[in-house]
Write a protein that binds this ligand. Sequence first.
Ligand code: NAD
Length: 240
Amino acid sequence: MNELDQLRQWISDSSNIVFFGGAGVSTESGIPDFRSVDGLYNQTYAYPPETIISHSFYRKNPEEFYRFYKDRMLFPDAKPNAAHRALAKLEKLGKLRAVITQNIDGLHQMAGSKEVLELHGSVHRNYCTRCNKFYSLEDIMAMDGVPHCTCGGIVKPDVVLYEEGLDDQVMQKSVDYIRHADLLIIGGTSLVVYPAAGLVNYYKGNRLVVINKSITPMDSEADLVASGKIGEVFSQIMEI
Ligand code: NAD
């Protein structure tokens, strides 16, 4: 049996699938990832992207942070692709329990997924750092430069910046889902951003699948590796 037939069979047998993904899930929606050759890290800026989207940089240079963030990290017109839609469908069919994502773009929810654990937050939630008032992505986009609240405070995206910790409850829930999964599908992630990437080590089953365009550190441990674009892989194994 080839990889895709095997994956189709495992999905058909399973009722406890968990998906763990990253930026590669959204590249087919036109959102660049960080580490592909045409990704954000291979483009030139005055500072490396890791520096700009760090907590200390945001505190010291909010103007420069927001210039980069609005220009390179917000894609308000992006739409879910076949991978997002396939995962939403598997949840609806009662096969998939949760999508655990490092993405901040909200495309899984837009595709109809309900149980989405956002390890790194979301561009769709923004809060005043002084009075905690909520602002939508559209609100942020409509404000020039650094967005300010009506109270005068700076509005900060609910996105986990480098140097910031992850939400304990989201982490714990992710561990629980992965521990109890019978099929874990890892897709579109370089698995180099910690602590998120370490979560996949909680999987104890024997159906660990990696779907990625390039090699990952989990390939050698995976029970099945499907190389390619994740939207195309899902389109080949199921009706979306
Ligand atoms: P990454 O850029 O480090 O790695 C992306 C991986 O996906 C690479 O291995 C690449 O080869 C693969 N890939 C790219 N397109 C693919 C496709 N169509 N099909 C299959 N594989 C594909 O991304 P990461 O591992 O998620 O970690 C980096 C951080 O990037 C995360 O913390 C995340 O918050 C942030 N990020 C998010 C978005 C988003 O929300 N869409 C976009 C850029 C970066």
